[in-house]
Write a protein that binds this ligand. Structure first.
Ligand SMILES: Nc1ncnc2c1ncn2[C@@H]1O[C@H](COP(=O)(O)OP(=O)(O)OP(=O)(O)O)[C@@H](O)[C@H]1O
Ligand SMILES: [Mg+2]
Length: 293
């Protein structure tokens, strides 16, 4: 008789596939991360999600910061549940998701994703079934991760098809962003990095920094790094965080809102339809990665 671990491995192996499947039910999953903390990921994810939703996409934000998730706090929302309740308790995914501004959906992750490896095969199968419901209700999933080079964060990136790496023009932030690309590309070459430079004070300096990181990526890592765009260091951001109303809603005509719109256009322009996967495939990938701790 096969043991439990063997059963799980088989379940995961049968489902995992890096090749895209052509299905209308697939979802575009974008993982947002950074090398250094506090560069503006969560704020970026929320505002990006709202713009995408306003364009007619159904957006789900998964708060996957294993440390201190705060997508809901930034929006003044709260949920009694997180993903761990879906995994271990009889809670349905729809009861965990909270509705945010403009109709975006938010799924607080808690430590749920880290718990995947502790599941029994039946629990994993049932969790996957619950998640599969999302494929028909969501077009784009934005995963807000923690920062840094911790094993867990690198694994979250390795599970992704597309990564948005947020950095600021500060040398330490750039260096840490480069280190993330280096570590990930040495393990998995198929992951595409899109750079967003946030808190920009001087556009020429920012563009030079981007060129340098792109050159280094190509020369030393054989990796093409795309740029989605720049966002100014703007007082509008802290004002909107204080009122818990995202800047694209509170200040839609501000420069930073226009810059974000241009980033959204780049992002939609780079969608070749090949990067969508279904939720079960994604979860199985995560499972495999976190299994090898
Ligand atoms: N473009 C910007 N201009 C000015 N301030 C900004 C900008 N973007 C973010 N901030 C500020 O930077 C701080 C950190 O933002 P945020 O929490 O989104 O970063 P983070 O990368 O998610 O942090 P963590 O790594 O802790 O999750 C906040 O106080 C926010 O107001
Ligand atoms: Mg954050």
């Amino acid at each position: 008789m096969k043991d439990q671990a063997e059963n799980l491995r088989q379940l995961v192996n049968n489902r995992d596939d890096r090749q895209p499947t052509i299905s209308t039910l697939n979802t575009r999953i974008l993982t947002i991360t950074s090398g250094k903390g506090g560069v503006g990921k969560t704020n970026f994810v929320i505002n990006l999600g709202i713009l995408l939703q306003k364009m007619g996409k159904k957006v789900l934000i998964i708060d996957a910061d294993f440390g201190l998730g705060n997508v809901d706090i930034m929006l003044g929302l709260s949920s009694p549940y997180n993903l761990a309740h879906v995994i271990f308790n009889d809670v349905d995914i729809s009861d965990v998701i909270i509705e945010g501004p403009a109709g975006i959906m938010i799924l607080p992750g808690g430590n749920g994703l880290l718990e995947l490896v502790n599941l029994k095969p039946k629990q994993l199968e049932s969790f996957i079934k619950k998640l599969e419901k999302l494929d028909s209700t969501v077009d784009i999933i934005l995963i807000d991760t923690g920062a840094g080079l911790s094993t867990n964060n690198i694994k979250m990136i390795l599970a992704a098809n597309e990564v948005i790496l947020v950095t600021t023009p500060e040398p330490t932030s750039l260096m840490d962003a480069y280190s993330v690309i280096k570590i990930v590309s040495q393990i998995e070459q198929d992951i595409h990095f899109n750079l967003v430079m946030n808190k920009v004070e001087n556009i020429d300096d920012a563009n030079n920094n981007i060129k340098n990181i792109q050159k280094a990526g190509k020369r030393f890592l054989n990796v093409e790094i795309s740029t989605l765009g720049l966002l100014d260091n703007s007082s509008v951001v802290s004002k909107s965080i204080k009122t818990q109303c995202p800047f694209v809603l509170e200040y839609p005509h501000s420069k930073i809102s226009k810059q974000l719109k241009s980033i959204v256009n780049s992002l939609m322009g780079s969608d070749n339809g090949k990067n969508t996967i279904n939720m079960s495939t994604y979860i199985c990938r995560l499972f495999k990665l976190f299994e090898n701790r």
